[in-house]
Structures are given as structure tokens and as C-alpha cells.
Design a protein around this ligand. Structure first.
Ligand code: ADP
Ligand code: ASP
Ligand code: MG
Length: 457
């Protein structure tokens, strides 16, 4: 059995959906499970509806919602779905009626809570999978629409809820067993789940990859396929650097590092359940189903290039903490990290000196409170609009002269922080946001002039 996850652009319209049906048909023998994102940019659009409604602009929000409905119905009808009064069109109508009710509630209340945000966002995946399940049926591929909320049980940190693995695994096994036994193709929503009390949650933007890995791991899948809009994991974001090359094979560690430092092609948490069960993950282009894509495996393959890829993450905030009181004292770092831990805010890059610490955070929702607490320890200053650029490769630490290549490439760019060594497989820089395109291009030119054909295409 295999898990096939389709991202937003791989289900964005009727053509993409037909390609999905083809991909599933050609792998019928492997017993595919379909996990799907919302169609195209639906999640963004739904969140926009919710925000607009909460600002009291009810009519504007309802108009946006009507457009989302038209788009879904338009694409579905091109496939002969929802053309008559049947169960699919009835469900679509019900969903949009529920969403209109949410809009009215938000407009009256004037406040958008994370819980309502998730309720609204969840309709994207519920709509896409409703259409996909019917399409597969129409294509002679018997399918069963499942409800991810019966399986993915999470905590109640709405908008970035964490799955409770034991409960989730047990629920997946129980819910999938009869469907798999019936020989039907399960069609499952990415991204959404529910709390133990039954309230709808989402597991973080881009979370459908994570869902696919959780389902694959719980059911001991033979392969997890991440179908997306690029040829696989590339040497950098191909939308940033045109001549980015496809990576044929990459290790779990390298892929995790890349994902963590911003390579959107894979959700950072995806790797964890797959590694635990040693399930290979393939990243594939849904527009070119016959292409090989990227294989993520346990072992790093031999490679002449020291760096496999360059990732970047923009919109980062640097927090500098200085405390002369801490000179020669211990416990400084511990106190600082305890504060971040208390607010559950992850820290990405750290640089320290005797009396000061600089660190970066991606998430700023609790930053004011964090800074207030940090001020009890020392002076604090905050710098926004920063980016992390990260060169990843299994060999980073062992290759002499590698920092020299990176520094030479970045010689015209102001570097604010540097980190190498923590994971042995990355060298990381913090720079200004507006320097990212230049930095990524320069690093890519420096590291991928020549590529090892065993690893890169
Ligand atoms: P999906 O909707 O299929 O989940 P995403 O937009 O989340 O797709 O991820 C795919 C995108 O990731 C690509 O379109 C590309 O712009 C971006 N990306 C960033 N870094 C990389 C990389 N190293 N290799 C491939 N794609 C990358
Ligand atoms: N639809 C969700 C998002 O846009 C989840 C995903 O696509 O992975 O974030
Ligand atoms: Mg994604």
C-alpha cells in the first residue's frame, strides 16, 4: 500500500484533477491512499474571507466566498461532477451555507479566534476531497471519502495543532481497516484534524505532507509520494533560481534540515513518522508523472558536491539579549531558553558571546510577552525583516574550505549571524530580507558550477 499526497496546485483545476486520476489509475495495483490539500490557493482565500468578515466587511466576505464556490463548482462541472442535484452538490451547498453562517457570526463578533480560523480553513480540504472521491468513482476507480477528523486527533493549539500520536495511530488503523478491506481507494483530507472533544483543528500551513506521513507510518505504507508542482527536491527553490537542479537522492537528515530552514517543497515534520518506520518518501511532479523525482532515504549517498541544496526562510526576527551581569556567571542561556519554551516558540539559529546572545525566531505572535520576560535578564533589542539562508549537505563539516566558498560568494552581503556545526550538515547565515535573491543565487553559482551526475540531474 502506498500514500499519494497531492498539494494545492496538483488539484487546482479540472486538468490537474484528471492527472491525479491518471496517477492513481496507473498505481492501482499498489493500493493507493489519496491524501489531498485544498484546491489551488483555497486555504489562503478562506483565511482572507475569515479576516475580512472579522473586520466587519460582511458583504465583501460573502462575495469572496461566492467566488470560491463558483470556482469549485466550475472545475467540478468540467468533470461532470455536481451538474445535477445529487449528494455532491448538496454537500457543497451545505458547506457553503455553513461558511456563510460563520461569516455572519464573525462580522457580528468582530473578532477572529484561532478556533474559528481552523473551522473555516477546514472546508478547503473537505471540498477538494469530496470532488476527488466522486471523480475517481466516475473514472471507474471505486473510492471512499473519509473524514480526517475521525483519525487525526490533536491537541488544542488551533492553527498549528500537534497530533497526539497514540490516539491518532489507533484511530487511523481502525478507520482505514474496513475501507482497505473493501478494496476501495481511501480519499483523505490533509491538514485537518480534531481535538479529543471533537473540535476541528489544523496542523499548520503546508501540513498535508505531515498528514500523508502520519497515515503512511500508521499503516506501514511501502512508499509515501508527495506530488507537487516541481520536479522534486531541487538544489534550491526553482522559482528563485531558474537553473536549480533536481536532486535524485537525499537523506532524511538533509531533507529535514532543508524543510526546517524553509524549503516549502516538504513540510518539516513530514520526515519524522516516515523515518521512524523507515518508509521511503518520493517527491514527484504531478505534471510529469513519469519523471523520477527525488527519493528520500535513510542513508546519505556518496556525492562529490559538499552541498546538496540551499534553503532560505524570510520574515525572521533576530532577538539580541545582553547582560553584563552574566559575565562569568552560568545559567544565562538556560534562563533565556526557558522563556522561549514557556511560550512554545522555537528558536532557529543561536550565536553567543560571554555576555550576549543573538537568536532568531520565525513566529512573533507572543514576542511582546517574551521580550518583557527577557528584559528581566538583560537588555533586549529586536530586529525584524531578516532571513536565514542555509546550505545543507551531509558532508559540510568534513570538507575543508567550504566556509571559504560560502563567504566568498557572500562577500558583498552584510552577514548578521553565522552558524555551523550544530547538526554537522548545515552552514547557516542570517542576512537582511532584501538580500535573499542575491545571496541564494551567488551561493548556488558557487556550489553548483559542477554537479555529481550520480546525485543531480
Ligand atoms: P504543494 O502545494 O504541492 O504542497 P508547495 O508550494 O507547498 O507545494 O511546495 C512546492 C514549492 O516549494 C515549489 O513550487 C517551490 O517554489 C518551493 N521550493 C522551495 N525550495 C525548494 C526546493 N529546494 N526544491 C523544490 N521546491 C522548492
Ligand atoms: N491547504 C493547506 C495549506 O495551504 C495545507 C497544505 O496544502 O498542505 O497550508
Ligand atoms: Mg506544501
Amino acid at each position: 500500500m502506498i500514500v499519494c499526497k497531492f498539494g494545492g496546485s496538483s488539484v487546482q483545476d479540472a486538468d490537474a484533477l484528471m492527472r491525479l486520476a491518471g496517477i492513481i489509475r496507473s498505481q492501482r495495483e499498489q493500493k493507493p491512499i489519496v491524501v489531498s490539500s485544498a484546491m489551488g490557493k483555497t486555504t489562503n482565500n478562506l483565511l482572507e474571507v475569515a479576516r475580512t468578515a472579522a473586520q466587519g466587511k460582511k458583504k465583501e466576505a460573502l462575495d469572496l466566498l461566492a467566488k470560491i464556490k463558483d470556482r469549485h463548482l466550475g472545475e467540478a462541472r468540467k468533470l461532470g461532477i455536481a451538474v445535477a442535484e445529487d449528494q455532491v452538490s448538496e454537500t457543497i451547498n451545505t458547506y457553503f451555507k455553513e461558511m456563510r453562517d460563520l461569516v455572519r457570526g464573525l462580522a457580528a463578533l468582530g473578532e477572529l479566534t484561532p478556533r474559528i480560523t481552523d473551522a473555516m480553513a477546514s472546508y478547503g480540504e473537505r471540498l477538494s476531497t469530496l470532488i476527488i472521491a466522486r471523480l475517481l468513482e466516475n473514472e471507474g476507480l471505486p473510492a471512499e471519502l473519509m473524514d480526517a477528523r475521525e483519525c487525526i486527533i490533536t491537541d488544542d493549539r488551533f492553527t498549528r495543532a500537534a497530533p497526539l500520536f497514540d490516539l491518532t495511530e489507533a484511530a487511523i488503523v481502525e478507520q482505514f481497516r474496513p475501507v482497505l478491506r473493501s478494496g476501495k481507494i481511501p480519499v483523505f483530507q490533509g491538514f485537518i484534524g480534531r481535538t479529543r472533544d471533537g473540535i476541528t483543528t489544523t496542523i499548520g500551513r503546508g501540513g498535508s505532507d505531515f498528514t500523508a506521513a502520519i497515515v503512511g507510518a500508521a499503516l506501514d505504507a511501502e512508499d509515501i509520494q508527495i506530488w507537487t508542482d516541481v520536479d522534486g527536491i531541487m538544489t534550491t527553490d526553482p522559482h528563485m533560481v531558474e537553473d536549480a537542479r533536481r536532486i535524485r537522492v537525499i537523506s532524511f537528515n538533509e531533507a529535514a534540515e532543508l524543510a526546517y530552514f524553509g524549503a516549502k517543497v516538504l513540510h518539516p515534520a513530514t520526515i519524522i513518522p516516515a523515518v521512524r518506520k523507515k518508509i521511503p518518501v518520493h517527491v514527484l511532479n504531478s505534471s510529469k508523472p513519469d519523471h523520477e523525482g527525488t527519493l528520500i532515504t535513510n542513508e546519505a549517498a556518496c556525492c562529490d558536491n559538499p552541498i546538496k541544496a540551499i534553503a532560505y526562510k524570510s520574515g525572521i526576527t533576530v532577538v539580541n539579549i545582553t547582560s553584563t551581569r552574566m559575565f562569568m556567571a552560568y545559567g544565562f542561556l538556560k534562563k533565556i531558553f526557558e522563556i522561549f519554551e514557556q511560550y512554545k516558540v522555537p528558536v532557529d539559529v543561536v550565536a553567543t558571546s560571554e555576555v550576549s546572545v543573538s537568536l532568531t525566531v520565525d513566529e512573533t505572535s507572543n514576542l511582546e510577552d517574551i521580550v518583557a520576560d527577557l528584559r528581566k535578564i538583560g537588555e533586549v533589542n529586536i530586529e525584524g525583516s531578516k532571513s536565514i539562508v542555509c546550505c545543507v549537505g551531509d558532508n559540510v563539516r568534513n570538507v575543508p574550505g567550504l566556509p571559504y566558498i560560502a563567504f566568498s560568494a557572500l562577500r558583498d552581503i552584510r552577514i548578521q549571524m553565522i552558524s555551523q556545526g550544530a547538526s554537522a550538515i548545515n552552514i547557516t547565515f542570517v542576512i537582511d530580507d532584501d538580500q535573499i535573491p542575491k545571496a541564494v543565487r551567488k551561493l548556488h553559482d558557487a556550489f553548483f558550477q559542477k554537479v555529481d551526475p550520480r546525485i543531480f540531474e
